[in-house]
Design a protein around this ligand. Sequence first.
Ligand SMILES: C[S@@+](CC[C@H](N)C(=O)[O-])C[C@H]1O[C@@H](n2cnc3c(N)ncnc32)[C@H](O)[C@@H]1O
Length: 498
Amino acid sequence: MNWQDGYVTEIPYTQGFYHHLSPANLDLCLLTKQVKSPRLDQRFTYCELACGQGLTTNVLAAAYPQGEFYATDFNPTHVAQAQDLAQATGLTNVTFSDQSFQEYLETDLPPFDFISLHGIYSWISGENRRVIQAFLKQKLKVGGVVYVSYNTLPGWAVMAPIQKLMQFQRERSTGTVVERLKTTLEFVELLKTNQGIYLQHPWLQSRLEQLKSQDVSYLVHELFNQHWHPLYVDEVMTEMATAKLNYVGSAHLVDHVDAFNLTPTAINHLTTLSDPVLRELVRDFYLNTQFRRDVYVRGAVTLSGEAQVSRLQNMQFILTVLPNLVKLEHQTGAGQVQLQASLYQPVVEHLASGAVTVGELVVRLAPQGITLQQIGQTLIVLTGLGYAHPVVGNGAQRERFNRVIIERAETAGELQFLASPLIGNGVKVSHLELLLLLAEQRQQPAVEFVWQILSRRGLQLTHEGKVLDTPEANRKFLKEQAANFQHQGRPLLQQLGI
Ligand SMILES: C[S@@+](CC[C@H](N)C(=O)[O-])C[C@H]1O[C@@H](n2cnc3c(N)ncnc32)[C@H](O)[C@@H]1O
């Protein structure tokens, strides 16, 4: 067997940062489920398996100086990128390795408080899943937390035959992996004229269109691996049980609020199911779930109701977007959901001016008849939607990390996250915003500085879907963007300790 083990290595995976993997997010998930989690205000250990190019681990290492981070990915091209960023940014609390899961299992590592696996568990063989189970059993501390995401059934059931056909064709086609992807996508599209499977499942047409618009690296890693096994939630629960792990809940916080996701009929049905595994499985049928982000613990210590309330009241939250960007209307499994303005607006207003404890929010909102329970649920939804976040640090900055990311925007645009030790998470920043930050860093006049970089690299800005094709139009648009950023985006980043 070669080291690739059926996994794609011809082109690197996309450089992504995944905020669900942050200790702060996992901590909030556990708190909502009344389960004790490892402390984040003291030294802790964190491991990411299959870290890709390592952006998530690097950003988290920058956001948690008190954490000790380890990560592996057997593709040395990925790990070289990860190490390069760690070295350039001077991170001393992260260690990357290019070992396979089996080799990492045999390596001397500290016991971990957190182990995360994103986008890997359903793309490997059963044998490799068993190696991961052994790793979790051997390397996770008692009370430790696991994050595992995977492609899920029934959501992928209809696409499975298409993936099978693409895989079959991939092995028989020639050219680079990108050329083969193009050929196989064209091939499966041909079937549309034959109607059969597309007639039975009209949804496949739009799914295929959606796939074609996605990043090539993502598609190759999503669909071209030899092993591709979407899993039912109960199967993963059984496999995790071999590592003595119990399911706690979803790392995607809005999943915790049934009314946000499910119709009243579905909620009523689910409440009649006393078996928690069956309930979770049936929930996936109601939602036709395609992807799960699950949190497990090894030995759950249940928090009493009072302990949960006390921790929540002492937690601070902060807004992570401008207040006017908080949308109250969302499309979910329950249809068009309208969040209650009389509840969400006052909470958002109070968070907008800086970090506030939940206890303080309760006092401020009591005159409006808003209760602690309502505030708690509102904060879970706001955090799950990316509008708010718990505060976990004291704001002490890791300036060098963000400075290097900002510097790199001059020559490349793919690293679009900065580290916020205040919230213990990454913050999405566009390429243009990074260039404006670079102008600030170098104390240069923003518009001319950014335009020089863009024009040198042959880049043009787009506005309302149209490419701005003259220098004047680019400069004019840049001027507006720079002014907006100065008044809105920049103060928000400052508030987040960046
Ligand atoms: C889809 S990517 C996900 C990367 C990263 N977690 C992310 O979400 O950006 C899966 C990664 O798993 C790595 N991988 C696959 N099989 C592996 C194995 N047996 N041991 C270590 N890494 C493996 C691949 O090299 C690839 O980078």
